[in-house]
Design a protein around this ligand. Sequence first.
Ligand SMILES: [Zn+2]
Length: 130
Amino acid sequence: MDGTDPISPLEQALHAARALVLADLVAREVAEADVVSMVEESVAQRRWWVEQWPEGAGFLAGLIAQDVQDSLLERYGRWPLCPVCGSGDPHALEVEPELGPDPHWVCHKAGVKVAAIGGLGRAAGGTPSS
Ligand SMILES: [Zn+2]
């Protein structure tokens, strides 16, 4: 059993961030194969980034979420759509802080925090039933 390196804290942070973003993609039903590869691409780039700046490990989920959001905007459209505002133009949630710990999805229109990154599946408005 010798010679097995423990998983580094940075790898753990990357893995956790990847899982959070994937959970939000699944919650919004866009976790298709090419979308998952967008996440992998972002994780690969952010691995390099966080190796240069290990203090940024806590910011990874927010950064990867924004990377994936940008990629989706080019290929599919806005994501994730705001579940809070019932009327008006459909709009995407934004990550706040853009570069900081404890990132959340926020709606700037309503001025509310909707969910933590990874928590979209539990956010209000997911399944309207009336
Ligand atoms: Zn909104």
